[in-house]
Structures are given as structure tokens and as C-alpha cells.
Design a protein. Structure first.
Lengths: 524, 155
């Protein structure tokens, strides 16, 4: 049905298509903006399709290797290299495939939304070029098997994101937010570069499987681990390195904020990949596991308490994003803390990790949806200030429905997807340490309280005179939100199928370092 | 604001030499130190020189932002195109299908010390040229934007 050429080359094509489309976009834009919209939408649809084909192939046929520049895509180790995989390799295992699914679905929904929400703005050729570069960066980050290549894609992502955060200049405030993000990203990227230098000096390899196979966990490796954890925890917005998120998330256009959520999940993926695939049992699992748990608990509590007093709806949602990232760190951190102890891992470790990983995909969907609804409201009434909103439920019914779906999902109310993943985290974390589960539940209740307030001040009440002629959001925007809302509801209704087919393979792929190494280096 | 006649004449004289040197570094990227990025940066300094020597308005007649932006995109597309061409011959992305093929840049390199033949290394020189074009355009755009800010301050 699908040509084998596409399936075989899908890891390369999913990066090539958005890259080529990005650089042709400025030329297409000179013809007409309508053709550009078609071009960008089409390019993103093709990218998503190829990405989903690859993810499906990985889930059904196992880890895929793609060696760039070799004679054959599976020739990881050139015959004259002395057994070292010197080429750039894409290694797509089920964990990467899960991230690919997230990027494909969100990326497509958000581009549909952007085509309508950004229509009246100038500078759109740069907007779409940078948008497609962001997609390229995320897809590359989550599929690469080469740690220097990971750094390159991280930089592509950071540069494109910084440009897009500053897209609406807004009296210089957005530029300030972008500069903050950019400076922090650069510091983070330099820390990662130093860590990569340490690995290269120590193990003569940049391939992640090769480094993992030779990992000693010496003092230098501990330094490198600290650098990478600090940089990537900052990039995913974990407390105490979260201070860029409210600025960047609230000042970027809403469509970009939704994509920034996906981008922060890609950094989270990098963090988990480093800890599990690069180090795995060589590190002191209890210490590092508790470190990640503490980062997670701090993020949950600080995020939600900072969110409650916010007046700007996007700042509020940004703090909630910090808080939700904490759940993922908590879930996977518990899994890490019992790594190496097979009985505990089977008892609750895997389940905690599955909960954390399930929360990644759920968060990307419902948080993206919430940011998109905020953008739709901003498009119609021109403010993010909660005190000036009210009564919009009369005129923006569909937006209200989508907001309710997103808000109930983030608060962990059944039957939405947030409940499914949070329940897995509560149950497994309770066995590990009851106090952590109690904190997680309290944070969830606070989240619900916060969103009840937001819902009430945006949509409830009598119709305000200044918003008398407010209309529903345009169709493409509703369609973009609808895709995400559909995923939220479906994942909430059938969590068993999703966990079994998507999440469990991903969690096992993350834990099973041996399989990750042998996919590149052979059966040794 | 224009510089003195000495500076302008000096810039005129140096301009072609800087271009030639930059293009040399790009073309010999696979043989000597340097390559696309370094050569492109050298070429862009030629643009910086004439912008400094002449006024911004005089230079924009010759160096147009749109042309430089187009150069940036074309360079990147040429680079990716060289990678995609490998897919067309049935090999993975970026496979060096021109090396030792006898076609463009396709001579094989003799073993042992040799003076360095330009016609070798397959797609690597093509990628160097692509990066050279891209960096030329990109750095020139940056220079034009930065120096347009200076002009406003003076007026």
C-alpha cells in the first residue's frame, strides 16, 4: 500500500520534507499568500504522514536504524572504522516513536490553526519557515542516535523558537522574553556541548549506543551527567529553572506556545534518554532517581501555587505547564529510583514510568489545546487579562467546549486522558512513597480549582456589552483544536489500548539499555 | 556618511581580491583548511568593507537584502538537494554517490602524497559551495540589518 521507498527512507524523509519546505516557503510566499498556506499545510501534512508511517513501522517491526551517508541504511559500522559507528545515525525505538506521534499530531493541528490565526500578520514567510524548522528540530532531537547530532537539532529548535517567541514584538516585551529564552538556551546548549566533549574525550565516540556500551560512570561522567540534566531540565521548564517559561509561553503567539510545549517534551525525552540509555544501571539509580523526583515535586508544587494568582490567562497556563512537567519527572523518576531491582521494577517501577510517559503525550495534547483556546479568545477580544473577560460562553460555544475538555483533562477528571495517566502515577507512586502520591493529588486538586476560576471568569456570566459582536473562532482554528480535543477524549475513553500499544513498549525500550546498544553495535 | 577618497579607492581595489580569496577558500574546502563556512564569511567581509567605505544607501543599490535572503535559501536548498540526490540512486540520505564515479568531482585520489586534485571528493565540494553561498547571503543580511541601524542613529 505504502511504497517501500518511503518506509525505508522515512527517518530521513521526515526531516528532509520540513527542511526543504521551510526554505522554499519564502519563494512561494512571493507568489501569493493563499498558495503559501496550501504549501505549508501540505508540507506539514506530508511530514506528519511520513512520521506516523515510521512510528507505526517501529511499533510493529521494532527499532529502526538509519545511517546517513552509508551505502545501506542499516550499515551502522563501516568495515574500515575499527568497530566504531562513525556516521550520523538515527535510531528510532518505541520511545522515540511515541515522541514522533506527539509531534506529528500536534504539529499538524497547530499548523491548521496558524493558517487562520496568523493570517492578518506580516512577516509570515519567516513565521512558517521557522515553524517548519522547529518541527525539524523536534523530530531530529527525538530520533537521533548521535549525541552531537542531538545538540545540533537542539540548537535548530532553540534558534527557531527564539525567533518565533519574538514574532509579535508587542512593544519589545516579546523580544525581551525571546532574549531571555535565547540566552538560557545558549547556556544550556553550551553545558551540553561540554558534556559531549567529555564523552568524546573519554570514549572516542559520539554515538550514543557506543558511549553507553563503554560507560564507566567515572567522575568525568558524573560531571557530564550533571551538565546534561541541568541543561535539559531547564529546557523542559522544571523548577528551579522554570523562570523563562511564563515569559516565553505568554509572549509567543498561541500556536507557537502549543508547539513550545511539544518542544519542552522533546527536551524531557533527551533527559530520559540520557539517564536511561546512556547511563542506565551504571549510575547511582537511587540518588539520581530521587534528584529527578525532587525536581518533579518542586515543579508540581511551585508551578501550581504560582499559577493560582495569575491574571494573564497564558501566564497562568504556562505555570500549569511547569506543574504538569513535574508529574512526568515524578513518574519516570520513581521508575529510575528502582532501576536495577527487577522485583520492585515489576511491582510498580514500570507502571510509574508508563504513567509518566503517558502523561507526556497527554500533556502535549491537552496543554496544546488549552493554549490554542487562549489564542482563539485573544483573536476575538484582544486581551489575555482574566479580569477584563466574561460572558464569552454565549458567543464562543465551541471554544468553550474545547476549553472545558482541556481543563478537565489537566485537572485529572475522568473520562479524559489526564485522569488515565495521573491515576497510574498515583497508584504506583503510592506504593513507592505515599507522601509523594498525596502531594501529587493535592496539586491536581489545586489545578482543578485554578481552572474552575479561569473557566468562570472567561465564559460564565452575562454577555458583556464590549464583547457584544464577538464571533466564534474561524473554522480552521476550530478544526485544529478539534483534532487535539478528539485525541484527549479518545485517550481518556480507551486508556487501556493506548497504554498497551504505545506506552508500554516505550517504557520497556527506555529501560532496556542492552537492546538500544545492540541495535547499533550488533549482538555483542 | 562616506569615508575619504583614499579609503573608497582602497576598498574598490580590495573588493575583487577578497571575493576571489573567499571563493578560493570555498572551492578548495575539501583540500585545504577552510571550507564553505569560512569562505562564505570571507566573501561577506567584502560586503562589510564596501558598506563601511561608502554610505549605506549607496551600497543597498548593489547589495539587496532580498537577493541576499534568496542566496541564503538557495544555498540551503542546494545542500539538501545534494543529499536528496543520493536517495534517487537508491542509497541513504547524504550518501556520497559522486565520489570515485568519474563524473563531476569524481576522480579517485591516488594513494600517498599528492598535490591535491580539485576534481575529487564527490558531493563534498558541492556541499561546500552550497554552504558558501548560504553563509555569504546570511552574513550579508545580518550586516545590512545592523548597519541600517547605525545610519538611523546618525541622521
Amino acid at each position: 500500500m505504502i511504497p517501500s521507498f518511503i518506509v525505508e527512507n522515512s527517518p530521513a524523509l521526515m526531516v528532509i520534507v520540513p527542511l526543504v519546505a521551510a526554505f522554499i516557503t519564502p519563494f512561494i510566499g512571493r507568489i501569493s499568500s493563499g498558495i503559501r498556506s496550501l504549501w505549508v499545510g501540505g508540507a506539514m501534512a506530508v511530514t506528519s504522514a511520513i512520521t506516523l508511517i515510521l512510528a507505526f513501522d517501529v511499533y510493529s517491526a521494532g527499532t529502526r536504524l538509519y545511517v546517513f551517508g552509508a551505502r545501506a541504511a542499516s550499515a551502522a559500522i563501516p568495515p574500515d572504522s575499527g568497530g566504531i559507528p562513525i556516521r550520523i545515525i538515527f535510531e528510532v525505538d518505541p520511545m522515540s516513536a511515541l515522541m514522533l506521534v506527539i509531534t506529528a499530531v500536534s504539529g499538524f493541528a497547530i499548523v491548521l490553526y496558524s493558517l487562520s490565526s496568523e493570517r492578518s500578520h506580516t512577516g509570515l514567510e519567516s513565521y512558517y519557515t521557522l515553524y517548519l524548522l522547529m518541527i525539524t528540530g523536534i523530530l531530529g532531537m527525538v530520533s537521533t542516535g548521535d549525541i552531537f547530532n542531538f545538540f545540533v537539532f537542539l540548537e535548530i529548535l532553540s534558534l527557531a523558537s527564539a525567533g518565533l517567541i519574538a514574532y509579535r514584538i508587542d512593544g519589545g516585551v516579546a523580544v525581551e522574553a525571546a532574549l531571555k529564552y535565547f540566552v538560557l538556551s545558549t547556556i544550556g546548549a553550551l553545558a551540553i556541548l561540554v558534556a559531549i566533549g567529555i564523552y568524546y574525550g573519554e570514549y572516542n565516540a559520539l554515538n550514543m549506543a557506543m558511549i553507553a556500551a563503554r560507560m564507566q560512570f567515572s567522575l568525568l561522567d558524573q560531571v557530564a551527567l550533571v551538565l546534561i540534566i541541568a541543561a535539559l531540565a531547564m529546557k523542559c521548564g522544571a523548577v528551579p529553572m522554570h523562570f523563562w517559561t511564563p515569559d516565553a509561553y505568554s509572549m509567543a503567539p498561541s500556536s507557537i506556545t502549543a508547539l513550545l510545549v511539544v518542544a519542552s517534551q522533546a527536551s524531557l525525552y533527551g533527559l530520559f534518554r540520557t539517564v536511561f540509555s546512556l547511563y542506565n544501571v551504571t549510575l547511582n539509580a537511587v540518588t539520581v532517581g530521587w534528584l529527578i523526583i525532587i525536581l518533579g515535586v518542586l515543579s508540581m508544587v511551585v508551578g501550581v501555587t504560582m499559577a493560582i494568582p495569575q491574571k494573564n490567562v497564558k501566564r497562568l497556563m504556562a505555570y500549569h505547564a511547569v506543574s504538569q512537567t513535574g508529574y512526568m519527572l515524578l513518574g519516570v523518576g520513581v521508575g529510575l529510583a528502582v532501576l536495577g531491582n527487577q522485583s520492585l521494577l515489576d511491582a510498580f517501577g514500570y507502571m510509574a514510568m508508563e504513567g509518566g510517559i503517558f502523561h507526556i503525550i497527554n500533556h502535549a495534547m491537552y496543554k496544546g489545546l488549552l493554549f490554542l483556546t487562549a489564542g482563539a479568545i485573544f483573536l476575538r477580544i484582544g486581551t489575555y487579562n482574566l479580569n477584563r473577560m466574561g460572558g464569552l460562553g454565549h458567543s464562543m460555544k465551541w471554544t468553550m467546549v474545547f476549553f472545558v475538555i482541556g481543563a478537565l483533562a489537566i485537572a485529572g477528571i475522568p473520562p479524559f486522558n489526564g485522569f488515565a495517566s495521573k491515576l497510574m502515577i498515583y497508584e504506583s507512586v503510592f506504593v513507592f512513597n505515599p507522601l509523594l502520591a498525596v502531594i501529587a493529588m493535592v496539586v491536581s486538586i489545586l489545578t482543578l480549582a485554578s481552572f474552575v476560576k479561569v473557566f468562570h471568569s472567561i465564559f460564565m456570566g452575562p454577555k458583556l456589552p464590549e464583547f457584544a459582536d464577538v464571533k466564534e473562532a474561524p473554522m480552521p482554528m476550530l478544526l485544529g483544536m478539534g483534532i487535539l480535543a478528539l485525541v484527549v477524549v479518545l485517550f481518556g475513553l480507551f486508556p487501556g489500548i493506548v497504554v498497551e500499544s504505545l506506552i508500554t513498549p516505550a517504557a520497556h525500550a527506555l529501560v532496556d539499555q542492552g537492546a538500544y546498544i545492540s541495535a547499533v553495535l550488533g549482538g555483542a | 556618511m562616506r569615508m575619504s577618497k583614499i579609503v573608497r579607492t582602497g576598498a574598490n581595489l580590495l573588493y575583487p581580491f577578497i571575493l576571489i580569496f573567499g571563493l578560493y577558500v570555498i572551492m578548495h574546502g575539501h583540500l585545504t583548511p577552510g571550507g564553505g563556512f569560512q569562505g562564505g564569511a570571507v566573501v561577506a567581509t567584502a560586503a562589510a568593507l564596501v558598506i563601511v567605505a561608502y554610505s549605506y544607501d549607496e551600497v543597498t543599490g548593489m547589495l539587496k537584502k532580498t537577493a541576499m535572503k534568496a542566496r541564503e535559501s538557495i544555498g540551503l536548498l542546494l545542500f539538501i538537494g545534494a543529499g536528496i540526490a543520493a536517495l534517487a540512486v537508491g542509497a541513504p540520505f547524504f550518501y556520497n554517490f559522486l565520489a570515485n564515479s568519474g563524473l563531476l568531482f569524481g576522480m579517485s585520489v591516488p594513494a600517498g602524497p599528492n598535490p591535491g586534485d580539485l576534481n575529487t571528493a564527490g558531493v563534498i565540494p558541492i556541499m561546500n559551495i552550497a554552504v558558501g553561498i548560504e553563509v555569504w547571503g546570511g552574513l550579508a543580511v545580518i550586516l545590512l540589518y545592523m548597519l541600517s541601524g547605525i545610519r538611523k542613529e546618525e541622521s
